[in-house]
Every structure is written in structure tokens, then in C-alpha cells.
Write a protein that binds this ligand. Sequence first.
Ligand SMILES: Cc1cc2nc3c(=O)[nH]c(=O)nc-3n(C[C@H](O)[C@H](O)[C@H](O)COP(=O)(O)OP(=O)(O)OC[C@H]3O[C@@H](n4cnc5c(N)ncnc54)[C@H](O)[C@@H]3O)c2cc1C
Length: 426
Amino acid sequence: MSKQQPSAMPWYQTGNPVPRRDKTIAVIGAGIAGCTVAAALKKRGFQVTVIDRHERAGSGASGNPEGIVYPKLSPRDDLLPRVNLAAIQFASDYYQPFWDNGLGRQCGVLVVPENNKARNDFKLISQRYADQTEMVETITHEQLEELSGIPLQAESALYFPKLGWLPPQLICQKLLELNNIPLVQADIQRLEYNSQQSRWQLYDANQQILLENHSESVIIASAFDCKQFSQTSYLPLRKIRGQITQLPCTIESNKMKMVICGECYITPAENGFHGCGATYNKDLFTTELRDIDHQTNLAQIAATDAGLATVLGQPTSDSLSGRANFRCTTADYLPIAGAVPNVTAMLEDYAILRRDAKTPITTPGTYLPNLYVNCGMGSRGLSYAPLTAELLAAEIAGESAPLAQDLCHAMHPARFVIRDLKRNRV
Ligand SMILES: Cc1cc2nc3c(=O)[nH]c(=O)nc-3n(C[C@H](O)[C@H](O)[C@H](O)COP(=O)(O)OP(=O)(O)OC[C@H]3O[C@@H](n4cnc5c(N)ncnc54)[C@H](O)[C@@H]3O)c2cc1C
């Protein structure tokens, strides 16, 4: 996809581009979404400043001590597993220098099936990806103990040798540090476009304009808090609490060689502890740790594999620690990366879709000037963020997209407007 190519979906193209005079970009949010996109733009010669309400990068959802680059393949050709495959392939190369420098471990990720449907799917996945064993391999029960280091009970599993775990908070901080990107601490309350100066004005909590003359373009990467800006409040995001548990390793569990995923994930021991997660709570908005959630994580370990639970023993409550924060999810489980539509204009321009969803659209979309969003990473921010960052940076720099066009459309911020018009919901 290049900007010049005609598209079967003109809503995706910007009908009203505002030329850039300089290359100043402000990124709101210093989580994995903000830091990866900041780094991708800095590498392309942009003058990038990241803003976060916290003093340190990686203080929101991206603040966990460990996160998994998590695969979610399918035997079917759906958009979600195709995006996931592209994302994990990109991510495993992206994180290589971090792994080589001792941040996290590229220890491989083993996925055991959660139920019979998953077991059948795994068979089909191994047939489908039979020629890509460097990415995914099927492991039989007989091979499992030698490979994983512990006596797992599963009949079979999928093994992703190029994946592993990373410390997301440190990765965020390193991305800014290594690319010399300044982080400004401020809570951005609202954005206003000054069309005379062709710049965005970012108002902080004291109603002061921040980074005046340094924000020709803005990328909103503030996870669920994208909803607080009038320009992105239309995004159908959900905030879902999750808690991870750190539990002490035992002599037997210390032999675990790789990340194991099923009902939950668990990392190999590091400094005497395993990281395990995570819970899902839709209507709970506290970051306080809850013992009940630690117990849920332990139960999920047992549900993942009885052999896994046996080697971990029965840790006492007071030996458990953890962290809780919030995922930002979308209904289609795909992230959101691209230009922010002018929703009012789109609803008017494409109103005909309400009457006939099949009407071909012939005019390009109306977008807010040089405003972009990168969010909706759900439970897979480590997998998705490097790819969506690259996608956005390529778009902003006027390069060809590093991904098939239908996958770009599937993650586009305007998809919700088009979808809702077609369903006559707006
Ligand atoms: C318990 C748990 C376990 C998880 N495990 C994994 C895992 O193993 N693997 C995986 O890939 N993913 C995992 N995830 C999901 C992953 O953490 C997220 O997908 C990812 O961190 C999202 O990154 P982000 O940059 O979009 O959001 P965040 O990391 O939340 O960053 C958003 C930033 O924006 C800032 N901000 C918000 N509003 C404003 C404002 N108005 N002004 C200034 N700053 C603002 C916030 O302070 C924050 O730092 C897990 C999530 C949870 C909660």
C-alpha cells in the first residue's frame, strides 16, 4: 500500500492532507505504544517529544516486570490471526537486540491447548504452518518434558522458538533513552488545532499550552484515556483490569526453560520468582492488589497443566506479590493505528451507507490534520506495538506500509465509523 495507489476503500485515504512544514511530533503516552512509535519516527528524522502524566516511561499497563510476546494463530484465514502472525514475526526481530542485551529472554513460548476445540485447532495450525517450523512447531507429549524442562501432562503443544518474555517497563525506558527522545511529564487535558499556525495545542492540567511550536503532528497513545480527548472519544474502547502474580520458584520449577501459556502464562524463574498472569475484571477500577486475584492466577496455572501446578507446589499467600493495571481493548480484539477521522464529516459524507451498506464509496475520507492514534493493544501490547508503530511511522513519513492493505484497514481508526454507519447505529 502506498499513498499513491488507488484503494478499494477510499475512506481510508486522506482527502484533505495538510502538508507538514517541519517534522515536530508530540506523542501522548509513554507506554509501549507511545515509546515504539516515538522510536520509529525518531529513526525517520522526526523531532519527537513524548509526554506522560507519570515521571517515568512504562508506568501504566506497560509497567509490568514481565510480559509475553504472545502468539494467537488460527487454522482460519481471519484478520485477527493474520495480524497476530505479522505482529509476532515483526516483534521477534524487533526485540532481538534487547534480548541480546539481557533484557528478558528469548526462551521460546509453549502454548498448551485449553480445551478440545483448541486441541483440534492446534492440529490444523501445525498442518497449516508445517513449512514454517522456525516460527511454530508441534510438540508431542513425549517431547514435552525434555523441551520444557518440567513434566507437563499435556498431550501436545505448540512451540514458538523465536518468542519469549520482556520487561515492558524497561523496554519503554530503553526505547526513549537509546533514541534520545525527551519525556515531558504533564497530564494533557485537551487538544485544539490552531489552523493559522497549522499546529496542535496541547493543554495541560493548568490550562497551559505545552510544547508550543513543537507539535505540528500529534500521536495519541494514551490507551483507554484516548477517550478523554474530544477527537478520539468516539473510539469504542474498554478498560479491563488485570493482575499478575509473582510466585517463588521451587527446585523443580526452576528447571522450567520457557514461557508456558494456556489458561494463563507463566515465565521461567528469574531471580527466584516466576511471573504469572493475568486476571480479567471488567468492572473493577482499582490498582490495589487483591488476594482473590492471586488465587485466580494460581487456579489458572492448575487449569493450564496439572504437571505445572505440581512443580510449583502450594505457595503461601504471603509469598505472593504482583501488580495490577488496565488493558485497553477493542471489540474486534485488533489494535487501532492510523489517522484520526473527522467523525462529523465522515458521518455526513458517507451517510448513504445507513440506507445501503453496499453502496460503493467513491470519495476519500476527511481526517483531522496530522493527528494519529495508536491504542487498543488489549492483552497483546508487546506483540502489536512494534508493528503498529512501524505502520504509523511509515504512513506519517509517506512510505509504503509494511503490511498488506486489508490488515491496515482492519486496524484503522475509521473502521468503527464505517461499520456503525453500515449497521445504521450512528
Ligand atoms: C495484568 C496485565 C498483564 C498483561 N500481560 C501482557 C503480556 O504478557 N503480554 C502482552 O503483550 N501484553 C500484556 N498486557 C497488555 C499490555 O500491558 C498492554 O497491551 C500494553 O501495555 C498497552 O500499552 P499502551 O502503551 O497502549 O498503554 P499504557 O502502557 O497504559 O500507556 C499509556 C500511557 O499514557 C499515559 N497517559 C494517559 N492519558 C494521558 C494524558 N492525558 N496525558 C499524559 N499521559 C497520559 C499513561 O500515564 C500511560 O503511561 C497485560 C496487561 C495487564 C494489565
